[in-house]
Design a protein around this ligand. Structure first.
Ligand SMILES: Nc1nc2c(ncn2[C@@H]2O[C@H](COP(=O)(O)OP(=O)(O)OP(=O)(O)O)[C@@H](O)[C@H]2O)c(=O)[nH]1
Ligand SMILES: [Mg+2]
Length: 253
């Protein structure tokens, strides 16, 4: 029997975009078809390739599609934070992170929503749990992703297999409870930041297997600086976390 999703409230899927003119229409249409009740918010950083205008056209004919025009490229983390603010202000019960490039499959969104309906506070699409997969990914990307998750697990001691994954669904109360105004991470690290905060605040995080597909069109915005930011921040959080643990042990002894 299908899980009853109605108690979750309205769902908002946030899609940050920068130069996704070849992807934004098909991903929006797929989302609207896969979960017809869900609303979509496209948060565009004034893409030079006209993604924002395509988004406007989609919104004109569909009252479930909304567009946020931002002034310039400020990183995916900043776009998501603005999208979360908008969604919380507008009373959505669930907020979802979703890339525009086809790597996240809208048809798998119901899995994440079901996990929330069954009691998760954050449902995390995961490539590295049984049933999860990557399609057409170069070995180098797999190495960075698996290595990043391992590094994060080792430092932060969190039981999350795919810490850098960006296909996530949150109950609104979870986002309200994790001090979003303190988040400064911009790139990949933003995903680690969110799951780390959720776990620290005692929220239930459930990993849901997804199949992640390498983008066919447009360019990746992943670069060395994004990896370096993630390495530095997770290591700093890890050191702070380990020092706090030792402090607690000493006080107890
Ligand atoms: N608004 C906004 N969106 C961004 C920015 N950087 C990336 N994005 C979007 O965030 C999503 C993920 O970015 P990608 O370039 O696919 O990066 P990635 O998924 O980490 O890397 P790949 O696996 O190589 O694709 C896409 O929808 C991008 O268009 C940004 O600075 N601003
Ligand atoms: Mg991508």
């Amino acid at each position: 029997m299908a899980t009853d999703l109605s108690a979750l409230g309205d769902v908002l899927v946030i899609i940050p975009t920068y130069n996704e003119s070849q992807n934004i229409e098909s991903i929006t249409n797929r989302l609207r078809k896969a979960v017809p009740d869900a609303h979509v918010l496209i948060a565009d950083d004034n893409s030079p390739d006209g993604t924002g205008q395509i988004a406007d056209r989609l919104a004109e004919t569909d009252d479930h599609v909304h567009v946020m025009h931002r002034t310039g490229k400020q990183g995916l983390g900043a776009a998501y934070l603005a999208g979360f603010d908008w969604g919380l202000e507008h009373g959505y019960g669930v907020l979802v992170q979703h890339d525009a490039d086809g790597s996240h499959q809208p048809e798998q969104l119901p899995r994440l929503l079901e996990a929330l309906a069954k009691g998760a506070d954050m449902a995390k699409g995961s490539r590295w749990v049984p049933g999860g997969a990557v399609v057409n990914w170069p070995k180098s990307r797999e190495f960075i992703s698996r290595g990043g998750s391992l590094w994060t697990r080792a430092w932060l001691g969190i039981p999350v297999k795919d810490a850098t994954g960006g296909f996530n669904a949150f109950k609104a109360d979870t986002l309200r409870g994790i001090d979003l105004d303190e988040v400064a991470s911009a790139g990949y690290c933003f995903q680690i930041d969110l799951v780390w905060r959720a776990i620290k605040h005692g929220y239930k995080v459930v990993e849901v297997p997804i199949e992640f597909v390498e983008r066919e069109f447009g360019d990746s915005k992943m670069n060395r600086n994004i990896v370096i930011e993630a390495l530095i921040r997770t290591t700093l959080w890890g050191v702070q976390h380990r020092i706090a643990q030792v402090g607690r042990l000493l006080r107890r002894g």
